[in-house]
Design a binder for this molecule. Structure first.
Ligand SMILES: Nc1ncnc2c1ncn2[C@@H]1O[C@H](COP(=O)(O)OP(=O)(O)O)[C@@H](O)[C@H]1O
Ligand SMILES: [Mg+2]
Length: 262
């Protein structure tokens, strides 16, 4: 399979702190790439760079043979990159369905964020007027298993379901690459099993996934390949089992008790 994403010596400095340093890796189309590393290793920063939250200090990001290093988040999204957040970001005043509609309707012109802002402040019915979009939103609610919550205020959803809503909203933008930042954090064991199944199901549709995950058995179960960050640097990449037993990786984790516990 062909390469869908490549980073070349990607670096991000925050003042004197180098959060991501010279990170080069590539993801093949259709793969699930796991991204692990101790707390503060730069995992979220790497996803922020790829999704266009902020530009790299140096280095390049190539998606689908195009240099997207300087693309803003809405532009990266329009090209086919969607993401979820470590701390769920949904619009709590909108219903679950409206959250998805906002991502669906007219995303090319406004970007979902602008449109959601408009919907919140004007209380307009613009979101629910588009019947085709409503049908698609309901299909996505169903796909992530929360179809009975469409009319609920997103802010009142139980935590596990709000994480599913966030995935549905990302899926609404029809991504080719989905970036998931700790999609199973805070879930109980039963919810965790469902979440893994959902992620596998998304991947079976041909969507490439880059997933940050703390629970080792999850990452070992679903990743085709794995990369490990430590203090912003890539210290290992490749077959999950090989990476997991790599002495440098073991060392990195033993040095951090909080992560070794998982
Ligand atoms: N926007 C930011 N401004 C300043 N420092 C940041 C910012 N984002 C992350 N950092 C710092 O960069 C390092 C890596 O953070 P992060 O990417 O969140 O790590 P991880 O997700 O692996 O736990 C940390 O030291 C963190 O404090
Ligand atoms: Mg993080």
């Amino acid at each position: 399979m062909s390469e869908i994403l490549r980073t070349e010596k990607l670096t991000k400095n925050f003042g004197g702190l180098c959060a991501v340093k010279d990170v080069s890796f590539s993801i093949k189309e259709g793969d699930i790439m796991g991204l692990i590393g101790p707390n503060g290793a730069g995992k979220t920063t790497l996803i922020n760079l790829i999704s266009g939250v902020f530009p790299p200090s140096s280095g390049r990001i190539v998606f689908d043979d195009r240099d997207i290093s300087r693309c803003k988040d809405y532009a990266a999204n329009n090209m086919g990159i969607a993401r979820t957040f470590q701390i769920v970001r949904i619009f709590s005043q909108l219903t679950a369905r409206e959250n998805i509609l906002a991502a669906l309707v007219d995303r090319r012109r406004n970007g979902p964020w602008k449109l959601m802002g408009k919907a919140i402040f004007s209380k307009s019915s613009a979101l629910t007027d588009n019947k085709e979009a409503v049908r698609e939103a309901d299909r996505l609610l169903d796909f992530v298993g929360i179809n009975q919550y469409g009319d609920e205020q997103a802010g009142s959803l139980p935590y596990a379901l709000s994480k599913r809503l966030e995935i549905a909203r990302a899926m609404a933008t029809q991504p080719r690459l989905l970036l998931l930042d700790e999609p199973s954090s805070g879930l109980n064991p039963a919810e965790l099993v469902d979440q893994i199944e959902l992620i596998k199901q998304i991947n079976r549709q041909g969507i490439t996934i880059l997933i940050i995950e703390h629970v080792m058995k999850v990452i070992m179960d679903i990743s085709h390949r794995l990369i490990v960050l430590h203090y912003g640097e890539k210290i290992a990449e490749g077959d999950p089992m090989k990476v997991y037993t790599d002495p440098q990786v073991v060392e990195a984790y033993l040095g951090d008790d909080t992560d070794a516990a998982h």
